[in-house]
Design a protein around this ligand. Structure first.
Ligand code: MG
Length: 277
């Protein structure tokens, strides 16, 4: 992916002020946040990465601000996100946008036509075989996609091994619509029609009548870059969490700083009278 010509680091005060000024004048805010590595630090296993009581309170404060919509956009399963966000009334996209959960109605909308994808069982079987081959690695089973994590493998597989795995996966499943993602110590098979960028565009078209709403999104991994591209295309603000090539305009060093930044934006808007109902 193309590195933005000038990704600016929010550790610098002038950069921070520039972002706050852009947000303070917007009629409304639409905030899209990734979960792992963005709201919570990456853990040894996905189950360990839960929201703290402080995170939950901050999310609730943000989500209930006037003129502000907060949506979580994650590769996680619907069940996990439902559990983490229980009682907060926050909408989310699970499995990279393959499913959308409407918290007010308490209903889930599948956004993929082929749901589940017909190659899913084959991909699961392949990944289980990899897990047996690479000690310490494990498979994360989802409804419409499947991921193999090798973060805890005693010896990390070589890049060539990963390429061979990925090629075999696609071949065995005979699935031209399968997208193979190389994330942070994870390989994931998902439908090429699911993606955070596609989700963001769908959401803007179907779920919001807000005009003049400013999009702010944050994420830390390859799948978030699709979301950043969509946000950039709509005049929004993208924030990359941590290192890595990115098309985001801004970078922030760690997940602990993300919710405080969003709250600072909210405070600035309140001071400018933009959060009055
Ligand atoms: Mg992430």
């Amino acid at each position: 992916m193309a590195e933005a010509e000038m990704t600016q680091d929010l550790a610098h005060e002038y950069t921070r002020q520039a972002l706050l000024s852009r947000a303070e004048s917007a009629a409304a805010l639409l905030i899209f946040l990734d979960y792992d590595g963005t709201l919570v630090a990456l853990e040894r296993t996905p189950e360990l990465a839960g929201l703290s009581a402080n995170d939950r309170s901050a999310l609730l404060r943000i989500a209930t601000l006037p003129g502000t919509t907060l949506v979580l956009v994650s590769g996680r399963t619907r069940a996990f996100l439902q559990e983490q966000l229980d009682g907060l009334g926050i909408d989310f996209a699970a499995e990279h946008g393959a499913l959308f959960y409407d918290s007010r109605r308490g209903e889930t909308l599948p956004l993929l036509q082929d749901s589940p994808p017909r190659w899913l069982d084959s991909a699961r079987a392949q990944m289980r075989a990899w897990a047996a081959e690479v000690p310490g690695s494990f498979v994360e089973e989802k409804e419409l996609s499947v991921a193999w994590h090798y973060r805890n493998a005693g010896t990390a597989p070589a890049a060539e091994t990963l390429s061979v795995f990925a090629a075999r996966l696609k071949e065995a499943a005979g699935a031209p619509d399968m997208d193979i993602l190389f994330g942070k110590k994870v390989i994931e098979a998902r439908s090429m029609y699911a993606g955070k960028g596609a989700f963001l565009n769908w959401y803007l078209k179907s779920r919001t009548g807000r005009t003049g709403a400013l999009i702010i999104c944050a994420g830390d991994d390859a799948t978030d870059e699709e979301m950043f591209g969509a946000a950039n295309g709509s005049g929004g603000i993208a924030v990359r969490v941590g290192p890595g090539a990115t098309c985001a305009d801004y970078r922030i060093s760690s997940p602990e700083l993300v919710l405080p930044l969003i709250e600072e934006i909210a405070l600035r808007r309140a001071l400018c009278g933009k959060q009055l109902p």
